[in-house]
Structures are given as structure tokens and as C-alpha cells.
Design a protein. Structure first.
Lengths: 183, 390
């Protein structure tokens, strides 16, 4: 994948617009501490997964090229889910340290499609090609998270989030084709 | 929150299990050495040799469960087997392979039709393009390996037969009618690619006959959507004969478009071999991947990739795929060597001589199973030897 496709795919998988609809809020804005801590923790987890992708895939007897196919399948499933369910489930918000992880880092940002994408791209292109587009996607999620959103804004986010979900589906198809063409 | 956490974790665990079982089962590549491959190749050649008929035909098919021999015959497969045997001789120097392949040539040479300026093998009925094409390809490999020019007139004659079957748009008619003295305007799934390969090879010996140009136009036809439309296929056929053709074309005809087609073919063959390496044929794997594939079908992917791997040594447009091609070929060599019937296993069947050294699909083997797997093993052997030489 070239830089543009990486950027589009990772941003679409993070889907800052749909993610915005599932953030814990105060007065129409995302709560800063859970958002920032969740973003950092999710980025760290994704980077760690990318870093261990080689040995992990070896242990599972999956070649890096075939992992692209698996990532494509998971991306298509995740993209279709987001397409048909544009608003994330309204997760309960815990108090205390748990709020730094739940629900922003997990399950919002660290998703199955993100995990498989990180494994596949890191094993075929290197950890850097996971780190920078993930940072871009999560950074955009933080920026959008701090924007105040009213009722109209939520409708716009739902529909624009669907566009990004469609981009995830196309990204998944692209990954499968890349997996095939990689021999 | 605990309930929601449990829901999410359950989705992750179940999803991972489904993906693991259905999408990415383990790709199992048994370790294999050059000696293992040479032994497997010798065993397969011995299978053909043991079972050759008095008239020079090879054993067509054998069911190891019932002990029944399939009395059918197929001339294209006859030529395919002898071509693979010539490949074995060219790569390993096996005298047995050369002798048994020559028996097949002698069988074909008993029934030749001379017509206008061309010659064709005509064992009866319509003259089959594919049978003649693979006979010609085999003779080319033989000539390259031995330097023996005794069949040159026959080769030129068959190549001219193929050329008159060739159409301006690249199609190649699959047969010729002796009764009507003209081609039957029908196309075959394999004859087109077989003929283009044979023409490309023969151009090296007879460069002034236009054989390579005809092969190139057929390659373009194979690569185009036009073939799918004309022949009623849903998708473009991954054609191992086309892979041989592009690898045999002279440099001047190896255009960027044709190399791009070669890359597509390499992708098809690669994913086919990956998929095959995921097949264990038991337990839940049987439900999601079915039995290990027919040896002939899997073999075509291996030999097609082998042809492209050899091309990649001199074609910069394929160089980046070379390491992965090597991995796939060694993997195929590993699992095919393991799937071959050993001497000890063969003793369990009614006629051990018809089982030993062969590859079976659900209890049945056919001559082209040995043909295509042999070509795959030869490619794997070349890869391992080239790595040892580095």
C-alpha cells in the first residue's frame, strides 16, 4: 500500500466520525481525560501489536502476505457492521482508572479490524507504516472528539461515518487483492 | 460494564476463532531437501516406467481402492507426460526419464498425418491441437537438453500445424477435421495456451517462421477479457501454459503488458499454493478446506509459478516477487513430497507398482497427476539448488 492508501485505510478504520458518537461526553464535548488517555493507550497497544507481528504470525504459521487477506476479510466485516450500525452502542462509563481504558481505547479505537490491519501491514511493510497512519487516525479522532456536537451534528456524523465505513470495505477488498498479488 | 466487556471479549474470541479456522488456517510447509525432491522425482518417473504399455502408451488412471485400471486414454495428457519426463531429463540428467519419454514420442510418431507443409500426430478422429502442442513442447525440451536434432523436421511440421490453427486475434482452434480438411472452429480450455507455449519454444530453433509473434498474440488473447467473453468464462483463467509462454517469449516480445499479466498469474498461482498448504484433510479443516486438492490441479499452479520464477531471473518486472515465489515453490515441493505414496504405503494396495511413487486424489491417480507434480518438484529443486549455489 502506498502512503495515500495507508492514510485513507487507517483513518477509515479508526473512523473518527463514528467514534465521536461513542465517546463519553460532558455538555456536548468529549471528556478530555478518557479521550486523551484512551487515545494514547490504544496507540500503544496497536504499536505493540505491530512490533510483535512477525513472531506472532510465525507462531500461528501464517505468512505475512496471507495475513493481508485475513485483514481484508476482517476489514470488510467491520466496515459492513459500521455501515449498517452507524452509531456505536452507548457503552456504560466507569469511574476511576477504568475510565482511561473503557470505552475509548477499548472497544472504540482498538477494534478487531484495526488489530488485523496492524498485524498485516507491519509484517509486510514495517512497523513505521502502521505507526504514522494510526497516529493520524487517532489524532483526528481526538480533534473531532473535542468538537461540540449538537443534534444536527450527530446526524452529519452518522452519515459521514458511513462513508468512512464504506471506505473500510473498499480498503478490505484492496487488501485481499494485495494479498493475492503478493504471491 | 462487566456484561458489556464480556460481550466484546466474546466477539473477539469467537471472531478470532472463525477467522483462524475459515480464513487463515496454518500454512503447513513440511521441510524438504534437494535429495528429498530428487528421490520423489525418481519415484514418479519409475511409476511411469513400470506402467508403460507395450505400444508406448502410459498408464492412464488407477484406483488404488478397487485395483481397477482406467482403460481410457487422452492424447494431450500423453504428450504432457512425455514433456514432463523430458523436463526431468533436462534438469536431472535422468536416463530413465529420457528413455520413457522417447517411448511416448515413438508411440506418437507411428501415426503422423502429413498435409500441405505441416505434420500432426493423428491417432484417429479429429487432430487435437493440445496433444500436438505438448508433443512439440516436449521435443523442444528434449532438443535443448540433448542437442539431438533428429526430430527437427517433425518439430517444424507440427509448429506449422499449430500456426495454421492460429487465428489473427490470437485464438487457436482446438482441433482439425481430416474429413472436412479444415479446422473445427471450437476452442478448448487448455489447447490455446499449450499451443502458444509450443510455438514460443519452437521460435528459438526456427526464428523466421513467425512462431513467436503468433504465440505473443495468443498470450494477449489469454490475458484479455475477450477470452472470457468468447469462451463464456466468468473470470480470467489462471493458465499455467500462459505462464510457460511468457517465460519462453523472446525479449523483444516481452512487453510491459505481458509482464503485468505474468505478475497476475504469479498471484493466482501463489494464492492457490497457499490455500493448498492450509489443507490437512481432517477434522474441522476438512469442513472448511476440503481434501488436499487434485495433484494435477495443484501441480499446474506449481509449474506455472516455476516458469515465472525462471523468468524472474532475467525480467526486472518480476524481480520483487522472486523471494515469495521461491517460498511458495519450496512449500509446494514439501507438501507434494509428503503426499506421494511411498514404497511402504504402496504395499497396502492391490497393485503396489501402480501406487508407489504416484499422487492420488481420494484414491484415484491419473497420468497428469504425475505430470504436473513432477514439473512442480523440478521447479522446487531448481530453487533449492540456486539457493545452495548463492
Amino acid at each position: 500500500m502506498n502512503a495515500l492508501l495507508l492514510a485513507v485505510t487507517f483513518v477509515a478504520v479508526v473512523n473518527p466520525l463514528r467514534t465521536r458518537l461513542g465517546l463519553p461526553e460532558d455538555d456536548g464535548r468529549a471528556r478530555p481525560a478518557p479521550l486523551l488517555a484512551g487515545a494514547l493507550i490504544a496507540f500503544g497497544a496497536i504499536a505493540l501489536l505491530a512490533w510483535v507481528s512477525g513472531p506472532l504470525l510465525d507462531a500461528l504459521e501464517i505468512t505475512p502476505e496471507y495475513s493481508l487477506t485475513a485483514a481484508g476479510v476482517v476489514a470488510i466485516a467491520g466496515g459492513l457492521f459500521a455501515l449498517f450500525f452507524p452509531t456505536p452502542y452507548d457503552e456504560p462509563v466507569p469511574e476511576g482508572p477504568a475510565s482511561l481504558v473503557w470505552p475509548v481505547a477499548f472497544p472504540r479505537l482498538f477494534s478487531p479490524e484495526m488489530a488485523m490491519l496492524a498485524l498485516a501491514i507491519a509484517s509486510t511493510q514495517g512497523v513505521a507504516d502502521v505507526a504514522w497512519p494510526t497516529a493520524l487516525g487517532i489524532g483526528l479522532a481526538v480533534i473531532v472528539g473535542f468538537a461540540p456536537v449538537g443534534a444536527t451534528g450527530r446526524g452529519v456524523l452518522r452519515w459521514s461515518g458511513r462513508l468512512l465505513a464504506a471506505a473500510v470495505v473498499f480498503g478490505g477488498i484492496w487488501l485481499i487483492i494485495e494479498g493475492i498479488r503478493a504471491v | 460494564m462487566r456484561r458489556r466487556l464480556a460481550v466484546h471479549l466474546a466477539v473477539w474470541v469467537l471472531g478470532a476463532a472463525v477467522i483462524r479456522i475459515a480464513a487463515v488456517p496454518a500454512e503447513v510447509c513440511p521441510p524438504v531437501t534437494a535429495d528429498d525432491l530428487r528421490t520423489a522425482i525418481d519415484e514418479a518417473v519409475a511409476w511411469v516406467d513400470r506402467n508403460v504399455q507395450p505400444d508406448g502408451r502410459y498408464l492412464y488412471g488407477y484406483d488404488r481402492g478397487t485395483g481397477e485400471v482406467n482403460p481410457d486414454y487422452n492424447t494431450a495428457r500423453h504428450s504432457g507426460v512425455l514433456a514432463a519426463l523430458f523436463q526431468v531429463h533436462a534438469e536431472t540428467g535422468s536416463a530413465d526419464a529420457l528413455r520413457v519419454a522417447d517411448l511416448g514420442v515413438a508411440h506418437a510418431s507411428k501415426s503422423l498425418l502429413h498435409h500441405d507443409d505441416w505434420i500432426a500426430w493423428h491417432p484417429g478422429g479429429n487432430i487435437q491441437t493440445g496433444a500436438n502442442a505438448l508433443l512439440l513442447a516436449g521435443l523442444n525440451i528434449r532438443r535443448d537438453a540433448t542437442g539431438d536434432t533428429r526430430h527437427d523436421d517433425l518439430m517444424l511440421g507440427i509448429a506449422r500445424f499449430l500456426l495454421q490453427q492460429h487465428q489473427p486475434d490470437g485464438r487457436i482452434w482446438a482441433s482439425w477435421s481430416p474429413a472436412a480438411e479444415r479446422p473445427n472452429e471450437v476452442l478448448g480450455p487448455f489447447a490455446t495456451g499449450e499451443a502458444s507455449w509450443a510455438l514460443a519454444l519452437t521460435d528459438r530453433i526456427f526464428p523466421d517462421e513467425g512462431f513467436a509473434e503468433a504465440a505473443a498474440s495468443t498470450l494477449d488473447y489469454l490475458a484479455s477479457a475477450e477470452r472470457s467473453r468468447i469462451e463464456g468464462r466468468i473470470a480470467r483463467l489462471p493458465d499455467h501454459w500462459a505462464a510457460y509462454t511468457v517465460s519462453a517469449l523472446p525479449d523483444r516480445l516481452r512487453t510491459a503488458e505481458r509482464v503485468e499479466y505474468a505478475r497476475d498469474l504469479a498471484g493466482f498461482f501463489g494464492v492457490r499454493l497457499r490455500f493448498e498448504s492450509q489443507r490437512r484433510g481432517d477434522g474441522i479443516n476438512l469442513a472448511v478446506r476440503w481434501f488436499p486438492g487434485p495433484p494435477a490441479g495443484v501441480g499446474t499452479a506449481g509449474e506455472g509459478l516455476g516458469a515465472l520464477w525462471r523468468l524472474s531471473a532475467s525480467e526486472p518486472g518480476l524481480a520483487d516477487l522472486r523471494p515469495n515465489m521461491e517460498e511458495r515453490l519450496i512449500c509446494a515441493g514439501g507438501f507434494q513430497t509428503k503426499r506421494q505414496v511411498s514404497a511402504a504405503e504402496a504395499e497396502r494396495y492391490p497393485d503396489p507398482g501402480m501406487a508407489r511413487g504416484a499422487w492420488f486424489y481420494r484414491g484415484y491417480t491419473q497420468m497428469d497427476d504425475q505430470q504436473h507434480v513432477l514439473s512442480t518438484l523440478l521447479s522446487a529443486l531448481q530453487v533449492i539448488e540456486s539457493r545452495e549455489a548463492r
